[in-house]
Design a protein around this ligand. Structure first.
Ligand code: ATP
Length: 646
């Protein structure tokens, strides 16, 4: 018997048990095929690949040595069986480093030639691609955080304009300085800044004022090329709408002092990051990169928590060194499905502040706001450019209280709000699937009844208006699932909901495509210009009633594609919390599964709750699952913070 056989047998057993992706074993075999294979290297590769699938950008050797069971989320027996099959498994970080650095497939950070598929950087083992991306993000952000300002700023002038733009009525939050004003002043002084905060804390409100401030103080205001972007089409459209609205209100307020309307009319539409960077079919490379940088002076990126490591690296690579980057997002939201938790890592000091004397002096001079003593300190350069907005204006009722409790990991408080939340918050405990189907039927009835009405049969501009209303009605209610598979996941719920709607005569199915079917696009398709995450509704074509088209909203524009041309779509009565990021629904229903797992954590519940603007319903088939999820905080391994410090 080969010394590797017992290990492969255990890898196979874990795969069969659903604890490992098949890809993780295949990756380890590949590494073994391009150099000498040893049980230790193979084990490290299986674990690294598995963790990559769960969003980690590297394998932390100290975590592997200290608590492998917690790291992998397996049972003690499962880990023991795997580790026992790995002859000569290192027991210390030093021994792991020695084993890995001796392997020909591993490149050690700092060595000259670089062809290996794996990288060992201190106590972290990476797939080469992630190491490169993480290094690029860290170096670029660190350089920008230390770089001189995008504009030469006159603090007195900034302060005068901030007083005009914010007005005296919102000079102070009840419990501290006006962080919004402070954020504008701080963003203006650097080449990078981060404005983080929960929903309704005014991130967009603030950035609209930042743009106005920029127009007011930049010597060539009209020449500033401003780009707005977000990870998804929906988030981009929302950003543009909110900024346009805020700037129009501001234009009324400042009147002739600043030609705001003229300046903002030159600002283009908000774009997805893919489109901004020039994504091309069949390649991961973008048209814009270091050699062909973006043509922008100021770039605002919203929903930055959804930007994964590879995308952030591509964005920073393509951004000219002198341009100003402002990242907006909620650091407590779920990170992207793909590897990396970039915003969370970059916002490490946001809560505690850590503002140094220079920042405090500048903030006071440029905004008139004093940073409170408990937030003073000596955190790094990026922390000086990071502001957390702490007061939600839209979210103070029970939904906001619930979100806060979940975010703080306070199970008792969360359960209390869920039980006493009045009309805004409901909890269906020990639920049956029937409960979800009833909610779906009531929630989707309004748009389905609109479709059945006579209005949709007319052609022309009236039809577009009608489609818009139907889409808005559909968007007012949504079922969000924590998982994909099973009775409580999108896979089980979507067909069950279709059946329920059909028996209630709200839909009439004819094969896969039928009038009223909501779909989510699952893959970018450049031919039809639909992108991963776009959601549309299937409706009859008024010109050819026999043919079905899928209608999408792009901002306020209605656009449609022949249903049969859409190949990568799935039914979307129920969607995952991950896919719901960047969206908001008047009534959001969050469906938890019967049993939790490593992926069911606080950030997921928080993200689900904060999608609700007026009403939130939690459905849980087993009451303990909520407590389990709220107690679990996702930790994604990444070297970004360490690299930024170093
Ligand atoms: N200082 C303020 N004074 C008055 N209204 C404000 C202020 N800040 C924000 N608002 C209002 O509060 C609401 C929420 O603000 P905004 O949309 O900017 O928040 P956000 O943090 O971007 O939210 P989301 O994360 O949901 O996009 C908006 O209606 C906005 O006009």
């Amino acid at each position: 018997m080969n010394e590797m056989d017992p290990l492969w047998a255990e890898v196979e057993a874990l795969t069969e048990a659903g604890q490992l992706r098949r890809l993780s074993g295949a990756f380890a075999r590949f590494i073994g095929s391009v150099g000498a294979a040893s049980p230790g290297l193979t084990l490290a590769c299986v674990l690294l690949s598995e963790l990559e699938g769960r969003g980690h950008s590297c394998l932390m050797l100290d975590e592997l040595v200290d608590d492998p069971v917690a790291l992998m989320g397996w049972s003690v027996e499962q880990w023991r069986a795997l580790a026992g099959a790995c002859a000569g498994q290192p027991k210390t970080v030093k021994a792991w480093r020695a084993l890995l650095s001796g392997a020909s497939q591993v490149w050690q950070a700092g060595e000259l030639s670089f062809e290996q598929p794996l990288v060992l950087d201190g106590e972290r083992l990476y797939l080469r691609r992630y190491w490169r991306d993480e290094t690029l993000v860290a170096a670029s952000i660190a350089a920008r955080a230390r770089a001189p300002a995008h504009l030469a700023v006159d603090a007195g002038q900034v302060r005068a304009w901030l007083d005009i733009l914010f007005g005296s009525h919102d000079a102070h939050d009840a419990d501290g300085p006006n962080w919004q004003k402070l954020a504008c002043a701080i963003a203006l002084r650097g080449s990078v800044s981060i404005i983080t905060g929960g929903p309704g804390t005014g991130k967009t409100y603030t950035v609209a004022r930042l743009l106005a401030l920029l127009f007011a103080v930049a010597p060539d205001a009209g020449g500033q090329r401003i780009a707005l972007a977000a990870p998804t089409g929906k988030a981009a459209a929302r950003l543009k709408q909110s900024i346009d609205k805020a700037l129009a209100e501001l234009a009324d307020k400042v009147g002739d002092q600043l030609p705001l309307r003229e300046l903002t009319s030159r600002m283009g539409a908000a774009r997805t990051l893919h489109s901004l960077l020039g994504a091309r079919p069949d390649t991961r490379a973008f048209a814009h990169n270091r050699a062909n940088p973006l043509d922008v002076d100021v770039l605002i990126v919203d929903e930055a928590s959804m930007v994964h490591l590879e995308m952030m690296a591509a964005l920073l690579d393509a951004l000219p060194a002198g341009a100003m980057l402002v990242l907006l997002g909620d650091k407590d939201q779920l990170a992207s499905v793909e590897a990396g938790a970039v915003l969370g890592d970059l916002c490490h000091d946001a809560q505690a502040g850590g503002y140094d004397a220079a920042t405090r002096a500048y903030a006071l001079a440029a905004s008139g706001e004093a940073i409170p003593p408990q937030l003073q300190g000596s955190a790094g350069a990026l922390a000086q450019q990071t502001v957390m907005l702490r007061h939600s204006r839209r979210f103070s009722g029970p939904i906001g209280q619930l979100a806060l409790a979940v975010n703080a990991g306070d199970v008792t408080r969360a359960e209390q709000v869920l039980r006493d939340g009045g009309d805004a918050v409901h909890w269906i405990e020990n639920a049956q699937q029937q409960h979800v189907l009833q909610l779906a039927s009531a929630g989707y009835r309004p748009y389905l009844e609109m479709i059945d009405g006579i209005e949709g049969k007319q052609e022309g501009a009236g039809h577009d208006d009608w489609v818009r209303r139907v889409l808005h009605s559909f968007e007012s209610f949504r079922l969000l699932c924590a998982v994909r598979e099973g009775e409580w996941g999108v896979g089980g719920l979507n067909p069950a909901i279709e059946q329920r709607l059909e028996s209630a005569r709200l839909i009439r199915r004819r094969g896969d495509w039928y009038v009223g079917r909501p779909v989510m696009v699952t893959r970018n398709d450049y031919g039809t210009r639909v992108f991963n995450g776009d959601i549309g509704l299937t409706l009859a074509d008024p010109a050819r009633p026999d043919s079905l088209r899928v209608y999408f909203l792009e901002g306020d524009e209605v656009r449609s594609v022949l249903a049969t041309r859409l190949r990568h779509v799935e039914t979307a009565y129920a969607m995952t919390v991950h896919k719901s990021q960047g969206s908001e629904f008047a009534h959001t229903v969050l469906v938890l599964p019967k049993a939790g797992g490593a992926m069911l954590a606080r950030e997921l519940v928080y993200t689900g709750i904060t999608r609700a603007s007026r009403q939130f319903t939690l459905v849980s088939p087993a009451s303990a699952v909520l407590a389990e999820a709220v107690k679990r905080k996702t930790q994604r391994a990444s070297g970004l913070r360490k690299m930024l410090e170093g």
